[in-house]
Design a protein around this ligand. Structure first.
Ligand code: TXA
Ligand code: MG
Length: 316
């Protein structure tokens, strides 16, 4: 069990000592360590059991501090940073020497974001280094949206978790990189495509599932609830399954299964609410009596795209 609290001083002391700390963000909880310390980065990989070819995001609390990490920034990246930071947007920018290769898995670009959570922004403002922070779950498993989730899975390996309440967005940041100055979306997330396009015009999307390590952030199988998940027409699928051992993740409608087998993402069909709930729903389906999970795609717009992406990866 980790110690859980709101003591920024304690988190700071541990991080300055190159240890790892669970931190809240508006997207999901992160497992943080000094992004400029190889020792701390190695610790993150070890605690998460994450392969070293999957690079980490560096978090800062200001564009001025982010400047230390990247060489150049395309104009459209500046526009996006100004529009969405602090917030659920990660930018891939050409890294400076000071950024350890371990953080970027040897890639020439570093992933950077300014998270929008008061506790973590305060912590970052008190530190003189950025924080590397992948989602605070064992590699491949569902991302955590509360301190409790972090404690449940990594508590034994993490000395302290800063408790900032439930994550208000609920899905990870949108990742945008640039090729020949053109923006490309590598991961669908908390900033919608519509919002990005409003600022920089049409974008290319390159989030096709792949297990190719040279395409980081696009790990084919991820967010795994540890059992079979089938996506389709729930009513139809349910007719061929035993309702006592079947879990159901639906958008707004209830189905004829026991209450403890069902998670309705948003009875009022609100995609933001559904995003806040998606990882909680996948976690609920971890209950041992559930043998198979049935789910349905949400409307492919707004945060629905990121939710559908997570469901798809959880189903592989
Ligand atoms: O919302 C978020 O982004 C959360 C919170 C904690 O900030 N963090 C998060 O980190 O989702 P993680 O490690 O679970 O996912 C980051 C993704 C990875 O899939 C990684 O491959 C990709 O970002 N990534 C990181 N650095 C990269 C780089 N230099 N080039 C390409 N992809 C990168
Ligand atoms: Mg993750």
């Amino acid at each position: 069990m980790a110690s859980i609290g709101i003591d920024i001083g304690q988190a700071k002391t541990l991080l300055e000592d190159e240890q790892v700390v669970g931190i809240p963000t508006e997207t999901v909880y992160g497992l943080a360590g000094n992004a400029l310390s190889e020792h701390a980065i190695l610790k993150i990989f070890e605690v998460k059991n994450r392969p070293k070819f999957d690079p980490l995001i560096a978090h800062t609390n200001s564009i001025r501090k982010a400047n230390i990490l990247f060489k150049t920034i395309p104009q459209k990246a500046t526009q996006l940073a100004e529009a969405f930071w602090p917030g659920p947007l990660t930018l891939l920018l050409n890294k400076k020497e000071v950024v350890p290769d371990l953080l970027t898995s040897g890639h020439s670009r570093v992933a950077i974001r300014i998270p929008n959570h008061p506790l973590t922004l305060e912590l970052l403002s008190q530190l003189n280094f950025p924080l590397a922070a992948p989602s605070a779950n064992p590699f491949g498993y569902v991302s955590p949206t509360s301190a409790r989730h972090v404690d449940d899975q990594l508590g034994e390996k993490v000395p302290y978790i800063l408790d900032g309440g439930e994550s208000l967005v609920g899905v990870e940041s949108t990742i945008v990189g640039f090729e020949k100055m053109k923006p490309i979306v590598y991961r669908l997330g908390g900033i919608t495509l519509e919002a990005l396009e409003h600022v920089v015009g049409p974008l290319e999307i390159a989030v096709n599932a792949s297990s190719n390590p040279s395409a980081p952030g696009m790990m084919k199988s991820h967010y795994s609830p540890g059992k079979k998940l089938i996506i389709g027409d729930i009513a139809h699928l349910l007719s061929a399954h035993n309702s006592t051992t079947t879990g159901i993740i639906s958008f707004s409608k209830g189905f004829d299964v026991p209450l403890e087998n069902s998670f309705i993402l948003s009875p009022r069909r609100n995609l933001n609410e559904a995003a806040r709930n998606i990882f909680k729903a996948l976690r609920k389906m971890d209950a041992p009596h559930i043998k198979v999970i049935l789910a349905e795609y949400l409307p492919e717009k707004g945060l629905g795209r990121a939710i559908n992406d997570r469901l798809k990866r959880a189903s592989i």
